[in-house]
Design a protein around this ligand. Structure first.
Ligand SMILES: Nc1ncnc2c1ncn2[C@@H]1O[C@H](COP(=O)(O)OP(=O)(O)OP(=O)(O)O)[C@@H](O)[C@H]1O
Length: 530
């Protein structure tokens, strides 16, 4: 359905709108279109559809589609514990809930509605809980710039919320049917809605490059093929490996991660294949290696290009027929392991230069998957930024952390040689730098290009180097009452130590010589945490 079709549907009765949307057969397009239609019908300036994260119960809401909110919102995750307004909506049992202007509960989109950021306190908001088969599924939110805009619209809002819940029910049932068909060996032709995953292995992204990759990941996940995940440093190869495992029939089995670059040469073989007692000095007992530990599951060989040649030779047999031999033993053990390997090296070139065995390379590269660099992912950059802004917001106890328009432009123009990891660090550093440099405005901190320190045209020389923020010099004798001066110094020291440890509170506590809970208490008293 294109925009003209959307326009022509706005005069249709709601059930027909619902039927038209369902015929789309693709939830990825359905939800944005639904919000398009809704924002034409209802007097809102922004709206969003959020779904409970399947893996963390009803504690976390993940946006599925938004209208009128800044682009990074789609990358954010809303913990109900931190957003009382969303919690109230999710728990409401009598339908939509109104939050008139002046409502005390903090707004979850504070700073995320571009035109509203300056006068958020004078706007109206409505939220509706959405249930599927009697169970909480998500929430719908509507925001309006002017006070009282939703007066008299309660019935219409409730009808749209009901339509949304009906669509969600239809989508869920269809997904369940498709999953059952796929399990029966039938082919699920429809594109299933991406079930929300926990933060740890849900790669954020919907650019064409990422969508193509994720579709490929999901189709190869079902097989037992060896997959070689390729891509520059920090692009998210490990996340792809985790997703391959979690969507494979081995998901209930172990996922064993081996960082081949971190294995000392002398121990590589024993780590991978295990050893028997007495195999070498120090081998005081029999020990299983990673291949055996991964039996029935997946073995993820990260940075496989770093594996020494001797270990590669032994690996060949394991890759060929699942047979391994513990160091010091003659006995062959058969394991049932699916291997996923990852590297940022050009393995074919390593083979040509004699640093990697050709036979192992051929076994590993049965199904190569290339993760695109961040610079090729368009506005996914801003979605990912949203994810990291939200994490830092919580960490620094801010009401909101957002990007200025210039910072967004800079991020889109920057080449990101260190990819997503560099983005994560740029935001973590930038947030702390900005927090040190200026007080938040009503709990809201806006990051500028200077905070992010991204020089377009150069790229960052060392993507993972953590630069310390430049701290303002403390005045020799502050013109402040003693108590304020002491608090000021305490605040600066905490922030400086946090910056030194890249935002890690436990390490900051250690270097400040404080117990972690005492540091938390002090930080709360100083307004650095909630
Ligand atoms: N699409 C994504 N969504 C959310 N977080 C991501 C995404 N891609 C990467 N990250 C985060 O970026 C960081 C780097 O990702 P990861 O370790 O998977 O990269 P990698 O390609 O394996 O890096 P390396 O080449 O150094 O091993 C991690 O903190 C990861 O959680």
């Amino acid at each position: 359905m294109d925009n003209d079709a959307v326009n022509s549907t706005t005069s249709l009765p709601l059930e027909q709108v619902g039927a038209l949307l369902l015929a789309l057969d693709d939830p990825a397009r359905l939800w944005p279109l639904l919000l398009d239609l809704m924002s034409r019908h209802l007097p809102c300036d922004a709206c969003a559809l959020l779904r409970h994260d399947g893996r963390s119960g009803e504690g976390l809401l993940v946006p599925l589609a938004t209208r009128g909110l800044s682009p990074d919102t789609l990358g954010r995750r809303f913990e109900l514990g931190e957003h009382p307004r969303l919690r109230a909506i999710a728990e409401a049992d009598g339908g939509p809930l109104r939050f008139p202007a002046g409502c005390e509960l903090p707004d979850p989109y504070d700073g995320l509605i571009p035109d509203l950021s300056q006068r958020l306190h004078v706007h109206d908001c409505v939220g509706a809980p959405l249930n599927v088969d009697g169970r909480p599924w998500g929430v719908l939110t509507l925001d309006a710039l002017n006070e009282g805009r939703f007066d008299g619209w309660d019935g219409a809002i409730a009808a749209w919320a009901q339509l949304t819940a009906d669509l969600a029910t239809a989508v869920e049932r269809r997904a369940a049917q498709d999953a059952a068909m796929a399990a029966d060996g039938g082919t699920a032709l429809r594109i299933l809605d991406d079930p929300p995953q926990g933060l740890d292995f849900a790669p954020v992204g919907s650019s064409p490059a990422m969508a193509a990759l994720l579709a490929e990941v999901d189709s190869v996940a079902a097989s037992d093929l060896v997959v070689l995940v390729l891509g520059e440093t920090g692009v998210g190869k490990e996340l792809v490996a985790r997703r391959l495992h979690s969507r494979s029939p081995r998901a209930a089995g172990p996922l064993v991660h081996v960082n081949c670059a971190a294995l000392p040469d002398a121990l590589v073989e024993s780590e991978l294949f295990g050893h028997v007692r007495g195999a070498f000095s120090g081998a005081v007992a029999d020990r299983r290696g990673k291949f055996e530990l991964a039996d029935g599951g997946t073995l993820f060989l990260d940075e496989v290009g770093e594996l020494p040649l001797a270990a590669q030779a032994k690996m060949l047999r394991a890759l060929q027929n699942g047979e391994i031999q513990r160091v010091g033993s003659d006995r062959h053990i058969t394991v049932d392991v699916r291997v996923i390997a990852a590297t940022n090296r050009d393995l074919a070139a390593e083979v040509r230069e004699g640093r990697f065995r050709a036979d192992v390379y051929h076994r590993l590269s049965v199904y190569p998957l290339r993760v695109p660099p961040l610079r090729d992912r368009g506005t996914d950059i801003l979605r990912l930024a949203g994810l990291f802004l939200e994490r830092n917001r919580a960490r620094l106890g801010l009401r909101n952390l957002r990007l200025s328009a210039a910072a967004e432009r800079r991020m889109l123009a920057y080449p990101w040689p260190g990819n997503v990891r560099e983005l994560e660090h740029a935001i973590g550093r930038g947030a702390i730098r900005a927090r040190v440099a200026r007080p938040p405005d009503g709990g809201v901190l806006t990051l500028t290009p200077a905070d992010l320190g991204l020089e377009v045209g150069e790229g960052s020389a060392v993507a993972t180097t953590v630069q310390r923020p430049r701290l303002p010099e403390p005045p020799d004798l502050p013109e402040l009452p003693l108590r304020d001066a002491v608090e000021d110094l305490e605040r600066r020291m905490i922030l400086e130590h946090l910056a030194r440890h890249d935002g890690n509170w436990a390490q900051a506590a250690r270097s400040l010589g404080l117990d972690r809970s005492n540091l938390f208490r002090l930080a709360r008293r100083l307004g650095l945490r909630e």
